[in-house]
Design a protein around this ligand. Structure first.
Ligand SMILES: CC(C)(COP(=O)(O)OP(=O)(O)OC[C@H]1O[C@@H](n2cnc3c(N)ncnc32)[C@H](O)[C@@H]1OP(=O)(O)O)[C@@H](O)C(=O)NCCC(=O)NCCS
Length: 175
């Protein structure tokens, strides 16, 4: 399996992947909207010699801590092709994406997704306890890449426009 940066020309294949993995049009549309707004900070594809296996996207997210913006990313969406799930592709994309985010100096990553899946990578809902945001509950989680970036701090989180225009119910933004 090969993991590399996604190309703009991959967009139709990425939309088809997310449509197939989620069974809804919301995530594919979100990818298209984030790319159109140049918000694809980290966009990685996993593939083998014959097919696209998975995709992960991270976009800049406004996270204010004590009135000042930190360098935060929203992780959404992540999908692996049906039939290729449960074979480590999602884990490999997560690890590569988080490694790149760390290397680039991002402070934190925020996700709305399955708690059991993202807790494997260190995401917790507790990290967001002090933050006003459009989501809450156990599925709304964050991972600090810089220690102390979020935990015990107060602030607010504002999602960029593409997240508001997907018409997706909050649950559909998960993963
Ligand atoms: C979720 C997803 C990205 C994980 O990628 P993957 O390549 O299948 O996952 P990996 O092979 O790296 O990891 C598999 C492990 O994660 C667990 N896992 C997979 N999906 C999970 C989920 N939704 N919640 C909790 N755990 C999950 C598996 O049980 C497996 O556990 P094991 O290692 O103990 O056997 C992928 O399954 C996917 O694209 N799913 C479709 C999108 C989706 O989940 N939609 C649900 C509605 S929001």
């Amino acid at each position: 399996m090969d993991i590399k940066a996604a190309h703009r020309s991959d967009l139709p294949a990425l939309i088809a992947l997310h449509d197939a993995a989620f069974g809804t049009p919301y995530e594919g549309r979100l990818v298209a909207d984030l790319l159109a707004a140049n918000l694809d900070a980290i966009s990685l594809v996993a593939s083998n010699s014959v097919e696209l296996l998975g995709h992960i996207l991270f976009s800049p997210l406004l996270v204010e801590v004590d009135g000042e913006a930190i360098a935060a990313l929203a992780l959404a969406p992540l999908a692996v092709m049906p039939g290729r799930q449960g074979q480590g592709v999602g884990t490999a994309l997560m690890e590569a994406g988080l490694a790149q985010a760390r290397a680039e100096g991002w402070d934190a990553v925020v996700v709305l997704g399955h708690p059991e899946y993202y807790s494997r990578f260190g995401f917790t809902a507790a990290a967001l306890q002090g933050f006003a945001a459009p989501f809450d509950g156990p599925a709304f989680m964050a991972l600090e890449l810089r220690k102390g970036a979020l935990s015990g701090r107060r602030g607010r989180i504002i999602y960029p426009a593409p997240f508001a225009t997907t018409d997706a119910p909050a649950a559909a933004l998960a993963i």
